[in-house]
Design a protein around this ligand. Structure first.
Ligand code: TRP
Length: 443
């Protein structure tokens, strides 16, 4: 299925859905609600919106502009503008591979929980036991990577675009149905109050930095996923409109996920954290009539969101192997899938299945370390360098020319864009990186 001519999206809607699919993922439905819960509710939501508008949108536009201008994978893209910057593309490809390896572990849990829901075997207390079963963990990891490979092997239009056109509407439908059910619960009012009323006494540097980091992760920025997808956009399409549509889509889904999760869990009910959806939500579902089926829908929702994201991660590595190593799409996908599985096993075993991987550095598990190094550090560092590259190496004028073809009205925003990419974003990221180093670890 190797494509002789470079692939392109069939339509602008196709691109928006695929890119939104990349952006909408576990980050929206799993991570956003629990970070919000741990960091002041409504206050975090406000800061997050600010981060999305002032940091997420300009970076998204820049990344799409590099992609469409060079019509290439991250390594080829940076190299074609400046040979010395190709390392940044390579950092992106490696980051994509590494995120894919541990993200698929968590994605695999969602499949396992679909099966548990259908079998009526949901047990909130069983989570710790479940993640410590080596065989189950490895099998679900393999299944999820296989699904991802299955989509990507079909290529850009027939695989990624077609899947997105089916799965993204389904995702929205499931989400809305679950929200409506959740809003009728007695816990809804307390949950919504916590979610929507900002408590300004909670404001801190840390909450602000978390919001920036979450914006990067949630919008799939900083490692070349949007760059790669941008490379399949037709010349002459309106990048500004497309970028805004993707950002709006992703942010709306995160906010809607809040409207699902908070009414269900109420306020201050239990502790949040990463187990929010696998423990707390199940406790709640188990108390509802028909909860088993609601839970099944909920985990299908998570699995769908995760799949469209893992597909974009795999596509980055695949595009790199196709362009730079001249491999066929089939071979690229199979090789990446196999390596990714092998590399994902330590993450899969790091929640209790293997003592060694469960506390590999500083008592932290392999998956946590991977998430910190690649899901946090590497993305933000990549984003920082990308902004510097656009403004100080490629040149904001050339970047703007790319955006302007297709979006003539963009001209008046160029000065603002320059200040955001050249100063505001890099400054926020530098502060964030320093903060992470000083506090010695995750935010
Ligand atoms: N954005 C996805 C989420 O919210 C995760 C993701 C997919 C991602 N592709 C990415 C993150 C590329 C960073 C880079 O779950």
């Amino acid at each position: 299925m190797s494509e002789e001519k470079r692939a392109h999206w069939g339509s602008r809607v196709g691109f928006v859905l695929a890119a939104a699919g990349s952006a909408v993922g576990l980050g929206n439905i799993w991570r956003f609600p629990y970070i919000t819960q741990e960091n002041g509710g409504g206050l975090f939501v406000l800061l997050y919106l600010a981060a999305v508008i002032f940091i997420g949108l300009p970076v998204m536009l820049g990344e799409l502009a590099i992609g469409r201008h060079t019509q290439s994978n991250p390594v080829g893209a940076y190299r074609s503008i400046s040979r010395r910057w190709r390392f940044l593309g390579l950092l992106g490809v490696i980051t994509g591979f590494c995120i894919l390896s541990y993200y698929s572990v968590v994605a695999g849990w969602t499949l396992a929980y679909i099966v548990k829901s259908v079998n009526g075997a949901l047990d909130p207390a069983g989570f710790g036991h479940f993640v410590a079963e080596p065989f189950t963990q490895v099998v679900y990891l393999a299944v999820f990577i296989f699904l991802t490979c299955f989509v990507v092997v079909w290529g850009v239009q027939k695989g990624i675009e077609r899947m997105s056109k089916i799965l993204m509407p389904l995702l929205l439908l499931l989400l809305l149905a679950l929200i409506i059910r959740g809003l009728t619960l007695p816990t809804a009012a307390a949950g919504l109050k916590f979610y929507l009323l900002p408590d300004f006494s909670q404001i801190s540097m840390k909450v602000f930095l978390l919001a920036v980091g979450q914006a990067f992760f949630s919008l799939s920025l900083g490692m070349g996923a949007m760059l790669t997808y941008g490379g399949y956009i037709n010349k002459g399409d309106n990048l500004l409109k497309s970028a805004s549509a993707v950002v709006c889509f992703d942010t709306s889904i995160a906010l809607l996920a809040g409207f699902l999760i908070f009414p269900v869990i109420g306020h201050g009910l239990t502790k949040g954290g990463p187990t929010l959806v696998f423990v707390t939500m199940i406790e709640q579902f188990n108390q509802m009539s028909g909860g088993q089926w609601l839970a099944a829908m909920f985990f299908v929702l998570l699995a769908v969101a995760a799949l469209t994201s893992t597909v974009s991660l795999l596509e980055v590595v695949t595009a790199y192997l196709i362009d730079e190593w001249k491999l066929s799409r089939n071979l690229s996908v199979i090789l990446t899938g196999l390596f990714c599985f092998a590399f994902g096993v330590p993450s899969a075993l790091s929640l209790g299945a293997s003592d060694f991987f469960s506390s590999i550095v500083f008592g932290k598990g392999f998956l946590d370390i991977m998430d910190f190094v690649f899901g946090n550090l590497s993305l933000t560092l990549g984003g920082l360098l990308m902004c510097i590259f656009i403004v100080y190496r490629w040149g904001i004028d050339k970047a703007s020319t790319e955006v302007l073809s297709g979006a003539p009205g963009f001209g008046r925003f160029v000065p603002v864009w320059r200040v955001l990419l050249g100063f505001v974003v890099p400054a926020s990221i530098v502060v964030m990186l320093l903060y992470m180093i000083i506090t010695g670890g995750s935010l």
